[in-house]
Write a protein that binds this ligand. Structure first.
Ligand SMILES: Cc1cc2nc3c(=O)[nH]c(=O)nc-3n(C[C@H](O)[C@H](O)[C@H](O)COP(=O)(O)OP(=O)(O)OC[C@H]3O[C@@H](n4cnc5c(N)ncnc54)[C@H](O)[C@@H]3O)c2cc1C
Length: 641
């Protein structure tokens, strides 16, 4: 019987050895003292998780995967203002409901299964291997229910008895979503504001009785035929450092939960959010992508006004990790389809998987999938612990001040780990999903271009991965900003890291550690070069200014549009290097504990080493001409800066 969990050795590795389940189970059971409350034993609990993943592995292989092509062909359409989904799609969601899968991570006291979010993410990979658009809709159920709970805990509207939840603000809605009777959305994008969230125009207004209303248009909203919309809207004027500051608009945003309709006593639906249209897309047809109008739609403010960007980041961090796992599923599907086809297709006296170029492609795909999974598991693990420890520390509290401080410290450390890899995961997994789906099609030759094999559908579905939840370029800007910002904040620390990497690259006993250290050194060299170049350019720009202005200009007057152009130009190259380093560090750690993982690291290093050398060369030698041209072509208003 086909099972997407059982047939995957790399996934088994994480379940059996790779994931340190102890802290995750204790945090999920809210048993920080290390006891057994709620969980019979660690081994039994993890076994329960494994059984769940196995059950999902069978379900997606047998029921979801075969439905993919049918759902893709039928798509979703609008009829009298409501979305109509294919029967096959409805049947899958009826089964998901019957399996209680939306309850997976909902706390036990609210009726859920109280599983860790990491298990949900693992299921996301399994689902996405079967069909990524159906997965996208699935994730707007349980993920939204959890978001409602987390936001309520964070704003202080959830009540506890010890560590047990007794009441939470959106309890009815959480239960409705977990039952599978409703789902939600994340509404950010507008016609004139996608990557540039500071340009959002939707507004939130309060009447004299304190009631909130949201007005505006949102586009490209996944699962927008749902009932509960998380909406980001402007409630205050933009803050920031004047017209030059491109991020100024982020300050005045607030976060709302907006129900799309209410029902009267006869069960008739009265919409307060209108579906304008269902977007016609290249692929991803099982996912209902909508344009929505909010016209003084009654809304609930979450947290404090002006905190919208902060709240949205919580949702987005998890969503980006989720897209990492979705993309991993797409990669796995592409690789297996390509491998199986290549193994049986003869050409010039042998099957095509024996031809060097095809064998090379397949080998790289296999290794990259293991790299992406390493990043994904690491990111998911640390983000979950960071969130849980942070919520315990701020809302439930440890047993004493000391314990609370410990929790805060741990939350900070896990957060730093998650923050580092989240944009790298989103970047790598999404870009590789496209690359692998494209290779799969290529390996299928002419058959790949035909509908019946499913390779062209996989490519159409994959193409959205580097776009939604923040494009690859936006992920790169975030990764670059964090890396270079850390150097500027603590230059001594950077110098130390550089020296350590150099020392380990020469003297570490383990040859693999030496190679990883060399890679780290290359990435640090790239960062050093970008910081130096930024500082030199800044000095150069001061040459026609009076000396008395230099101190202020150099220490306080930094403008992202003007001063970081060179670093921004190379942000994607730097991100690829940072990704290679992060993957190798995680794999090195694994291979220290489990020697069989050294093979994965070795295979990855073989490709990462020449790639990073080349990227460093590109960063150091290209782009000056283009930047000069951009500078010369500046519109007059900017040129006057
Ligand atoms: C199928 C689908 C589902 C979606 N689901 C949702 C959803 O549920 N909720 C939601 O709110 N949105 C959703 N989106 C919207 C998606 O998040 C945006 O499309 C995405 O953030 C990019 O925004 P944009 O389309 O406005 O492109 P733009 O922001 O206009 O970007 C266009 C190009 O310019 C690049 N670019 C922009 N700014 C910079 C910069 N500073 N530096 C370098 N390059 C830059 C981008 O990387 C991109 O390549 C969805 C989109 C699709 C296609």
């Amino acid at each position: 019987m086909a099972n997407y969990f059982d047939d995957n050795d790399d996934l088994q590795y994480y379940f059996d050895k790779g994931i340190d389940w102890g802290p995750l189970v204790r945090a999920t059971e809210r048993d920080l003292a290390g006891g057994e409350a709620g969980a019979a034993s660690l081994a039994e609990t993890v076994d329960g998780y494994r059984q769940m993943a196995q059950m999902v592995g069978t379900f997606v292989a047998q029921d979801v995967a075969p439905a993919g092509l049918v759902v893709d062909r039928e798509g979703i359409h609008l009829d009298k203002g409501e979305a109509v989904v294919p029967k096959r799609m409805q049947a899958i969601f009826d089964q998901i409901k019957a399996l209680d899968l939306h309850w997976l991570c909902v706390p036990r006291e609210l009726g859920g299964m109280n599983s860790p979010l990491l298990l949900y993410f693992i299921n996301t990979e399994l689902f996405a291997r079967a069909d990524v658009s159906i997965t996208a809709h699935h994730s707007f159920h349980g993920g939204i229910a959890l978001a409602m709970l987390i936001f309520s805990i964070r704003e202080g509207s959830t009540e506890f008895d010890g560590a047990t939840i007794t009441k939470t603000r959106f309890q009815d809605a959480i239960e409705e979503v977990a039952r599978g009777d409703a789902w939600g959305t994340m509404c950010i994008t507008e016609p004139d504001a996608g990557s540039d969230m500071a340009a959002l125009r939707t507004v939130g207004e309060q009447d004299e009785h304190g009631n909130w209303f949201v007005t505006g248009q949102k586009i490209f909203i996944t699962s927008g035929h749902g009932k509960y919309h998380f909406v980001i809207a402007r409630t205050e004027p933009a803050t920031g450092h004047g017209a030059d500051d491109p991020l100024a608009g982020l300050g005045g945003l607030s976060f709302f939960l907006v129900p799309a309709w209410h029902e009267d006593e006869h069960g008739r639906r009265h919409r307060t959010v209108t579906i304008d249209r269902i977007e016609e897309k290249l692929g991803h047809h099982g996912s209902c992508t909508t344009a929505l109008t909010f016209d003084r739609s009654p809304a609930f403010l979450l947290g404090q006004r002006g905190e919208g960007f902060k709240y949205m980041l919580t949702l987005m961090n998890n969503a980006r990790l989720g897209v990492g796992f979705e993309s991993l599923g797409v990669c796995e599907a592409a690789y297996r389809m390509a491998r199986d086809y290549a193994a049986q297709r003869p050409s010039m006296g042998k099957t095509i998987d024996r031809h060097e170029m095809v064998a090379d492609m397949l080998d790289e795909m296999r290794t990259d999938i293991q790299a992406i999974r390493a990043l994904a598991m690491y990111g998911g693990y640390h983000e979950e612990l960071a969130t849980k420890y942070e919520l315990f520390a701020s809302r439930i509290g440890g047993k004493g001040e000391l314990e609370t401080k410990q929790l805060e410290r741990r939350a900070k450390q896990h957060k730093a780990n998650a923050r580092r890899v989240t944009p790298l995961l989103k970047y790598l997994a999404a870009e590789k999903a496209v690359e692998m789906a494209r290779r799969n099609m290529q390996i299928h030759g002419g058959n790949g271009y035909m509908q019946e094999y499913g390779a062209e559908k996989l490519l159409r579905d994959a193409l959205v991965m580097p776009v939604y939840e923040g494009t690859s370029q936006i992920q790169s800007l975030m990764a670059m900003k964090d890396a270079l910002g850390a150097i500027m904040k603590a230059p001594q620390e950077f110098v130390k890291r550089l020296a350590q990497a150099r020392w380990r690259s020469l003297s570490a006993r383990d040859p693999l550690e030496r190679r990883v250290a060399k890679l780290q050194h290359l990435a640090l060299d790239a960062q050093q070069f970008l910081v130096r170049k930024t500082a030199t350019d800044k000095f150069r720009s001061l040459s026609d200014k009076p000396l008395s202005q230099w101190r202020h200009a150099f220490l306080e007057d930094w403008n992202p549009k003007r001063d970081f152009a060179y670093a921004m130009l190379h942000a994607e190259r730097l991100t690829r290097m940072l990704t290679d380093v992060a993957v190798c560090e995680i794999l090195l750690e694994q291979s220290r504990k489990h020697p069989e993982r050294a093979d994965v690291l070795r295979r990855y290093l073989v490709r990462a080493e020449p790639r990073c050398r080349h990227l460093l060369d590109e960063i150091q030698t290209t782009g000056a001409e283009l930047l000069a041209k951009l500078q010369d072509d500046r519109p007059a208003a900017n040129a006057a800066e």
